[in-house]
Structure formats: C-alpha cells, structure tokens
Design a protein around this ligand. Sequence first.
Ligand code: CA
Length: 494
Amino acid sequence: MAGRTLLQFFHWYTQDGGGLWKEVTEKAECLASMGITDVWLPPAYKGAAGGFSVGYDTYDLFDLGEFDQKGTVATKYGDRAALEHACRVLNESNIGVIHDVVFNHKMGADEKEAVRVRRVNPDDRTQIDDDAFEAFAYTRFTFPGRGGAHSKFVWDHKCFSGVDVIENPDESGVFKVVNDYGNGEWNDEVDNELGNFDFLMGADVEFRNKAVYEELKYWGQWLSGQVRVDGFRLDAAKHIPAWFFRDWVGHMRQTVKEDLFVVAEYWHPDMDTLKSYLDLVDHQLAVFDVALHHRFHEASKQGGDFDMRTIFEGSLVSALPDHAVTIVDNHDTQPLQSLEAAVDPWFKPLAYALILLREHGVPCVFYPDLYGASYTDEKDGEHLSIEMPAIGCLPMLVNARQRFAHGSQTDLFDDPHLVGFIRHGTADAPGCVVVMSNGEGGEKFADLGGGNAGKTYVDILGHHQGEIVIGEDGRAAFPVGGGSVSVWVDNAAR
Ligand code: CA
C-alpha cells in the first residue's frame, strides 16, 4: 500500500447551486480507482453568506445545510442529506473524509450588543489604547433558525476577543473587546506578524473562555456522530492559539478516531516559524508546505532560468518530512485569489511528479488541476476571465503513486535543468525512474542495479514514445522532452 493522497475537492470559484456533495458522490468510485485515498471537503456548515458562502465566514457550525438560516437551507455545496450521502459513499469507496473547519472567527451575528472596546493599531496589534469605550458590536449569535437543535449555546461578546466593526460610534478597524480573559491582551501562541496575529477578521473567537473551548470540543464529537469524519483541515491556524489545537486534536483522537488525519493551514514560508508551531502543538498534526508551493510558483515563472537542483530548498518536506502536506496550488493561491501565486500550467506535471512520486510528504491534488475550471472575477477594478486547464497526465500520476512510487529513493539532481530520481521498488511492488526538464529535452543515466538487466521500460505518461532496454550493467539513459516529465516503468509491471 503506497501512501496517502489527498484531493482538495473544491476551489474558490466552485459553482453555487448546491451541486458539490452530489458531484463528489458520483465521482467517489472513480477517484478511488485512480488512487485518491482522502478527500478534503470545503466547510460543510452555514457561512454568513448562506448559499453563496465558500465557507470561510463561519456563522453556525451546527447547521450542515439543515436549517433556514442566512437565506437558504442548503449551503453552497448542498443540503445536509446530500452531505450525509456523500460521506457514506466516500466511506464505502474506502476514501477518507477530511472536514475543513474555521474556528478563528464568526460572521453574520444575529444581534448587536453593547460592548466595551479599545482601539488597536492595525499595523501593530500589541498597541492597544488604554481608554476603553462603549459601542455596539455584532457579537450575539442566537441561531433563531436552528432554535436550539443540536446545541443550545448562545455566543455573545464574552466569546470574542476582537471585532472589526463597531456602531455608535461608527468605525471600522481593529478593536479589542474588553473581557475577563488575558488581562486585556490578545490570545498568545499565535503568529507574531503585526505584533500579534490573533485577530484576522469578523468576530475573533476568544479561546480562553472555557465555555467556548468546551463548545468547540463538543462540536467535533457531535460532527462525528452526524457524518463520517476521518480528519480535519484546520483553517487559519496562525491566528488561533497553538495550545487550543494541542488540546483539541488530542481530544478528537481520543473521542472520535485514534488515527485522525489533521493538517493545519499555517500559511508561512519560514521554516523556523513552522518548526516552532509544530513544537507548540506537540507534533500532533501536519501543515501545508507553503515554501515548496512558492518554489513551484517561481520555477514556473522563471522557466529555463530556474535551477531545478534547488527546487526543494527551504521546503518543509525536506526539513520535517513527516509533517508536510505538499501542494501545487489551492483555493487561496489560484488566479485572482488573496494569496495569488499560481503555478503556470506547463510546470504542473513536473510539480505533481515531485509531490506524488517521491518518498516524503503527503501530496494534495487541487480540484481544478484534475477537472479544469473556468471563472470570472474582478481584480483591481478589472473584469477578468480565468481558464485553468485540467492537467492531462494528472490522473496517471496519481495512479502511478499507488503502483510505482515504492521503495528507496536515489536522487539525480546533478544538472540545473535536467533532474530526476529513482524509486527502487520493493520485493512486492515495482519502482520507477522519473526524469524532468525545465529546459531542452535530454536524457538521464540511472543505475537500477544488475537485477534489472534486459528489462524493457516505457514512459507511463506517454510523453515519450519508445522503449528503453536496461543494459547488462543495470544502467540505461532515460529520455525526457523539453519542459516535460517522463515516468519510466518496467513494461512487464504495467
Ligand atoms: Ca484569532
């Protein structure tokens, strides 16, 4: 059994209309036979924008498309029955279900209430005005449409550490809510960008309130009683105190599933920051390899000027291979999105070969790369149309991970433009030779050992036609085209 392969089954511009749960149900069997082991679903609960919410504007964690709230019963992705059915079918297809959850903030409060706040310097959040004053803020969540079903918890200003909008006086900015926790300071064990990056947006959740903490623990257990849960993708981890997830993940593993897969979005390219974060959470989870994504972005932009020998430089998968979830793109990096640093299509087959076929890291495939996507959006006042083509060889690369990415690895990173690696296979499972070029085509010598003498190898991606016969000494030259990747495997093992 080869390694885990995640699929992020959505993107920022996934169509409205409630079709996604149905789509993933229909595709489950096909994904399983391709070699996808786990599907990362978008947030399944009701966001402030109701049926139009991508899901990162948490309104009600307990409304999985079941109650008439925020203008719709269903979420953007479908109703609760469709979600339950999707999770059941995924489970029957032996695909794990990874749920996306945004604990950092809430939006779309049902009522405003009088609060005491202190103004905060948005560029240095540690500079909090001494003077507190009264204002109104949207911090009361009563969920009238749900009427106490599943949980009776009502959120009010004691459940939040900060807000970005107040009324009377009408202002927007960053405001520290005066509450009983932390002597007026923000939550600690968060990222130190802007002095303290506890506050991101909306009504910022106060994790030091024990009742809030218990409610979020309860929610995790409750969710696993409603739908299949094999793991979580934790949004905005750098804005949430590390101690919270250190406790929460442990609690979920005890009560929900011992081998729960957990990956946190800690969007930071700096390895020391990620290492300290993993220390703080007792290495209980994985994080996305942001640094490697940036290397892919740069390599795709620089073309032949990029030195492929350095592609893994500074990456998490090199430094902490057991805690890296490797990605090529995601819903935040795709064109027109907030962290836009998209990888150009020509480079994606190379990037995917580098995350799917190597020894380390848990690779995560992005929906538009598998199925394509076209969408329009505004950016800087301009109306833009984006076409993300499906990467034709991606299903075969996903499949090749299960069938050929086995055994020890020998790197062939000895040329700036023509690099590759050998997977030597095991007694039970075959290996492969991966060769790629970001310049002109060429060939790479690989030593597979005398035991392979006389075997015939073919490029399973079909990028390079023809056959290579391994020499008596176990060596052969494996060709690759310009700006391309070839995955050579024993024809007899195909
Ligand atoms: Ca926060």
